[in-house]
Design a binder for this molecule. Sequence first.
Ligand SMILES: Nc1ncnc2c1ncn2[C@@H]1O[C@H](COP(=O)(O)OP(=O)(O)O)[C@@H](O)[C@H]1O
Ligand SMILES: O=P(O)(O)OC[C@H](O)CO
Length: 521
Amino acid sequence: MRHCGGAACGTMWAVTTSAAGVAGHIAAIDQGTTSSRCIVFDASGRPVAMAQREHRQIFPAPGWVEHDAAEIWRGVQHVVGEALGLAGLAPEHLAAVGITNQRETVVAWDRRTGQPLHNAIVWQDTRTDAACRALAADSPLGADRFRAKTGLPLATYFSGSKMAWLLANVDGLRAGAEAGDVIFGTMDSWLVWNLTGGPDGGVHVTDVTNASRTQLVDLATLAWDSELLEAFGVPERALPRIVSNSEIYGTARGVLAGVRVAGSLGDQQAALFGQACYVPGQAKSTYGTGTFLLMNTGETPVPSRHGLLTTVGYQVGDTPAVYALEGSVAVTGALIQWLRDSLGLIRDVSEVEALAASVPDNGGAYIVPAFSGLFAPHWRPDARGVITGLTAYVTKAHLVRAALEATAWQTREVVDAMRADAGLELTALKVDGGMTANALLLQLLADRLPAPVVRPAVSETTALGAAYAAGLAVGFWPGLEALAAQWAADAEFEPALDDGTREREHGMWLKAVERTLGWAE
Ligand SMILES: Nc1ncnc2c1ncn2[C@@H]1O[C@H](COP(=O)(O)OP(=O)(O)O)[C@@H](O)[C@H]1O
Ligand SMILES: O=P(O)(O)OC[C@H](O)CO
C-alpha cells in the first residue's frame, strides 16, 4: 500500500494495480458530512485507491449548520480525478460509478445556471425547530403527526422543513420553484445532476432512500405525497424524480466522461448494503460524525413504538423495496472532534485511544453530547449536552474515555429500542465508519450492549455499498448472494465486562441523560 501524507496531497492512498484494459473497476463517491471521498474498487470488492477532501462547516448562528454545495461539487471532482490517477485508471476502465451521501441535507439551485441559491442546510441544523413544533401543535398526534405515513417524527433533522425554510427565506425562491427554474435535492440529487451535465441536460433524480428522509414521501407508495407537500408548502415541480438505488440514471460528463451513473443510496443505507445485511434481522452500525444503526426488516415497513425511524433500506432496480428500522444518534465522532477543536484536549483524533486506555474507567464522569438535542430514541430538541459526575479526581483521560463510552451507551439505547420494537436479540453487531479504527471503542461497545461487535475487512462499507449498487445495475456483479460471499471479518470484540458493573454504569448513564432534558427554552 502506498501512502501520500503531504499537505498538498490531502488524504489518499492506492494499492499497486495494473490498469485493466477493460472496465474492471467501479468507482464510488462518498459525500459525507465532513468530507468527500472517492474510492475505486476492483471486482472482488477490494478498495484499490482512495482520495478524500474535507469541506468547510459553516455555523452562521447557534444550532445552524451549512455547507457550500458548490465547494462540495468542486471537491468531489477533485477527489475523483485524484483517485483515478492514484489507481492508474481512466474513466473507460470504470464499469460504473455509484454515489452515496450525507442524507437530509438540502440544496436549492437554479437549473439554468447550476448555481446554488443558498448554502445547503445540513441535517444537523436546528433552525426549523419552531416550524416543526407548530406543525406538531396542529395535530392531536403531536410530533407523530406524519409518523404513520413517513416513518419519521416531526423533527428538524429531515429535509421537508429545511426546504420550507428556504422557500420562505430566500428571495425569489418560491416563485422560481413554482416556475420550474429552481429545483431542490439532497446531496445525491445535486451530485447526479452535476455529474450528468448540470445545466447542460443534467438528470434530476433522487433515490428512494434519500427521498424517504425528506418527510415528503409515503412509505407505502414510495412517491411524493400531496398531503405532506401541502403541509410543508413544497411545490412538487421543484422535486426530483424518485428512482431505485440500482439502475442507470445517466452517463457522466467531465471528470468521469462516459461512465454510467448507476447506483445511489443515502450513506447509512449504503453501509447496510455494503455490510451485506440482505436478510431481515441483520444490522449494522456506522460510527462517523453521528451513529446510525440500521436493521433490515424485509419488504414490509415496521412501525416503531420506541423512538426508532422506519425507513427505506434499499431497492434494487424494479424489485420490491426492502425497509429498515433505524436508530439515529446525532453526535458521536463529532464529540471527539469537539474535544479536539473546541476544548483542545487532544491534537489529533488518533490520540484518543491511547489516552482513554491510560485510565481503567471514566473516573465517575459521564458526557451526554446533546449538542443538537437528542435524536433516537428520545427525539428531544430541548436537550443540551452535559458533563456530569465531575470531581477533582477527573482528568482529561477520564473525559476522553467518557466520550467514547457516550458512543457505546447511545448505541445501547438504540439497540434496546430495537429489541423492544422488533423482538430482536442481537447476536452480533457489524460496525464500520471512521471511529471503528479505535479498538478500545469497539471493546467498550461490546461490553455495554452486551453483544459481540464485528468489524469487516473492508472498513469503507458506505462506499462499497454504493459501488455494489452501481455494479449490480450494469451486471458487473451477478446478484446479492455473490456480494454477501465477499463480506469478511477483520476483528471481533466479545463482551467482557461483568453484569453488575455494566448495569450500574447503565443506570448512571440514564441519570446523566435525564439531566440534559428541558434545558433549551
Ligand atoms: N481513532 C478514533 N477514535 C475516535 N474517533 C475517531 C477516530 N478516528 C476518527 N474518529 C471520528 O470519526 C469521525 C470521522 O469518521 P467518518 O466515517 O469519516 O465520518 P463522516 O462520514 O461522518 O464524515 C470524526 O468525527 C472523528 O472524530
Ligand atoms: O455523513 P455522515 O456519515 O455523517 O452521515 C450523516 C447521515 O447520513 C445523516 O442522516
